[in-house]
Design a protein around this ligand. Structure first.
Ligand code: AMP
Length: 187
C-alpha cells in the first residue's frame, strides 16, 4: 500500500504519545488509555490498521471479529484492509437477531459479550481485534464465543497492551497475540 508508515515508527514517541492517560476513569484507580487522540490522527489511524492487517495477513482468516465498542473502529479498518467480512461482538441486548452469549470479568466489573448465532460458521477462521488488552477477560470471552460458534481463532490483535496486567496469559499460545503498543511489559 502506498505511503505506508514504517514499522520503525513504533520505536519512537510516535504513536505512543497519541495514547492519553485518563486517571480514575471509569472508576477510581483505573488509568484509562484513551485512544481518541490516535484515532484523530489520520497517519496514526492508518498505521494502526495497516500494521495489524500486515501482522495477520498470513493467517488465512475468513472474518474479523471486533469487540464493542472501540474494537469496531480498528476491526472494521483491518477487515477492509484484508478484504474480509466483519463480525461485531456486542454488549448484551444490542444485537437484533438470535445470540450466543458469554459472561466474563473486566478490569472494572463484570460483563457479557454476545454474537449473532449465524455470525460465524463452524470451521471458519476468525481474527479478533480490540483496542486495549488489559486483564484479558474480554479477549478471552471473545475467544470463547468464537469457539462456541464452532469457529477457530487464528489471531488476536490489539492497538494497546497493558503488559503489567498479564492479560495475554489468558489467551494461551494457540494463536498469535499481537499488540502494537505495549505499556509496562514485553510485547
Ligand atoms: P480486559 O477485559 O480487562 O482485558 O479489558 C479490555 C477491555 O476493556 C477493552 O475492550 C478495553 O476497551 C477496555 N479497557 C479495560 N481497561 C482499560 C484501560 N485501562 N484503558 C482503556 N480501556 C480499557
Amino acid at each position: 500500500m502506498e505511503d505506508q508508515v514504517e514499522w520503525s515508527a513504533v520505536e519512537s514517541a510516535w504513536p505512543e504519545g497519541l495514547i492519553r492517560d485518563v486517571p480514575d476513569f471509569p472508576t477510581e484507580g483505573i488509568i484509562f488509555k484513551d485512544i481518541t487522540p490516535l484515532l484523530d490522527d489520520g497517519d496514526a489511524l492508518r498505521w494502526a490498521a495497516d500494521a495489524l492487517a500486515d501482522r495477520f495477513s498470513d493467517t488465512q482468516a475468513d472474518r474479523v471479529v471486533g469487540v464493542e465498542a472501540r474494537g469496531f473502529i480498528l476491526g472494521a479498518a483491518v477487515a477492509y484492509r484484508l478484504g474480509l467480512g466483519f463480525v461485531p461482538f456486542r454488549k448484551p441486548g444490542k444485537l437484533p437477531y438470535n445470540t450466543l452469549s458469554v459472561d466474563y470479568q473486566l478490569e472494572y466489573g463484570t460483563a457479557s459479550l454476545e454474537a449473532h448465532t449465524d455470525a460465524l460458521s463452524p470451521g471458519q477462521r476468525a481474527l479478533i481485534v480490540d483496542d486495549v488488552l488489559a486483564t484479558g477477560g474480554t479477549a478471552a470471552a471473545a475467544v470463547e464465543l468464537v469457539d462456541s460458534a464452532g469457529a477457530e481463532v487464528v489471531g488476536v490483535g490489539f492497538l494497546v497492551e497493558l503488559g503489567f496486567l498479564g492479560g495475554r496469559a489468558k489467551l494461551g499460545d494457540g494463536c498469535p497475540v499481537i499488540s502494537l503498543i505495549c505499556f509496562g511489559g514485553d510485547e
